[in-house]
Design a protein around this ligand. Structure first.
Ligand code: SIN
Length: 360
């Protein structure tokens, strides 16, 4: 190679190196996202008497600042601050808690300086809170729910890594506009489709038929699909106006279940009943008169299935048009209850409510 060509190549190499250095410098100076962690309790904030105590531990004992302090790596990926919203086991979550949490999330996300929110939560009803927020949050900014299956004192506790991933996801551009997300055990699932599938397994959260939206790779999100259903910024539900959610009960179908629970719910004055039927949402001959009577009294009846995946076919096992019932599509009974309660804040027209079940 002649000397002139060698000199030219050296100049090119130096220019390339300088460009890389400038880009790396810019990346290093990019401001960290501001993520607020709203803590509500659960096993992620739980403590056991020994490091091998993974059942029979106390839930909701560790405060939000201790959860943050336990993961100093968070400082590298976000400006994090915490708020203790509740400190409860998630089986004690109520509609009033949801309204309070939803309002706080909307208040925070309306602030320019907040880029995303992480909610630490017990896993037992985490999917319900996630779906409620999916319908109630008014911002496209990321909202990520996270929990843990092992208490914070356990060997190989899953909470710290789950929290790290959730904060990274909540601060990421990739998560904007995807609706409320659940991030645990390296997976990213959408609020509408995810459910707890195992009482104790670390990989308990799954979107059974549809699969996860993506996964966390070395602390960064990789998305593969997105939900096509209305959520957050496209939601018609406005929780600012709601003082309390209408009461909706669930009836569980099984062989010989009779009509006593339907009659009891009707007498208790519920505004809606979700029927979690066997198979494709079937209603037994014994239960049918009570369900029809409930509808005649003005209670909105939604047929769902106890199976756990697959949609309930309208006018399939039951003539929904004749009885003026609504079908839940593929929503689990516990999520159908949330959508029905929010729907009832706007209308009692079953055609409108069926439209909502087809869209959300
Ligand atoms: C709870 O849901 O609060 C307890 C169980 C858990 O967080 O895994």
């Amino acid at each position: 190679m002649n000397r002139r060509r060698l000199g030219f190549m050296t100049v090119v190499s130096l220019l390339v190196l300088a460009t890389h250095a400038t880009l790396a410098g810019q990346a290093a100076q990019a401001p960290l996202p501001n993520v607020v962690i709203l803590a509500t309790g659960g096993t992620i904030a739980g403590t056991g008497t020994t490091s091998t105590t993974t059942v029979g531990y106390a839930v909701a004992t560790v405060g939000v600042q201790s959860l943050i302090d336990a993961v100093p790596e968070l400082k590298r990926i976000a400006m994090v601050r915490g708020e203790q919203v509740f400190q409860i086991a998630s089986e004690n979550m109520t509609c009033d808690h949801w309204l309070k949490l939803g309002r706080r999330v909307n208040e925070l996300l309306a602030q320019d300086e907040v880029d995303g929110i992480v909610i630490t939560h017990g896993t037992d009803t985490l999917e319900e809170t996630a779906y409620f927020l999916n319908l109630a949050v008014t911002s496209a900014k990321p909202v990520v729910l996270v929990g843990a299956m092992r208490p914070s004192t356990a060997l190989s506790a899953d909470g710290p890594m789950n929290l790290y991933d959730a904060v990274s996801l909540a601060g990421s551009r990739e998560a904007v506009g995807r609706g409320v997300l659940v991030c645990m055990n390296d997976q990213i699932n959408g609020a509408r489709d995810v459910t707890k599938t195992n009482t104790s397994d670390l990989g308990t959260f799954r979107s059974r038929e549809l699969g996860p939206l993506g996964s966390m790779r070395a602390g960064r999100p990789a998305f593969y699909r997105t939900s096509t259903r209305r959520h957050t910024t496209q939601s018609e539900f406005d929780i600012r106006e709601i003082r309390e959610l209408p009461r909706v009960g669930i009836v569980y179908g099984y062989a010989d279940y009779g009509s006593a629970v339907i009659e009891a719910l009707t007498a208790a004055g519920v505004k809606g009943i979700v029927h979690a039927g066997v198979g494709n949402g079937s209603v037994s001959l014994d239960a049918r008169p009570a369900l029809v009577a409930a509808r005649v009294k003005g209670i909105v009846v939604v047929r769902s299935s106890r199976v756990g995946s697959g949609a309930v076919a309208r006018n399939g096992e039951v003539n929904d048009d004749a009885f003026d019932f609504v079908v839940a599509d593929d929503l689990t009974p516990q999520k159908a209850r949330i959508l029905l309660a929010l729907a009832l804040t706007k209308t009692v027209d079953t055609r409108e409510i069926q439209r909502m079940f087809n869209q959300y």
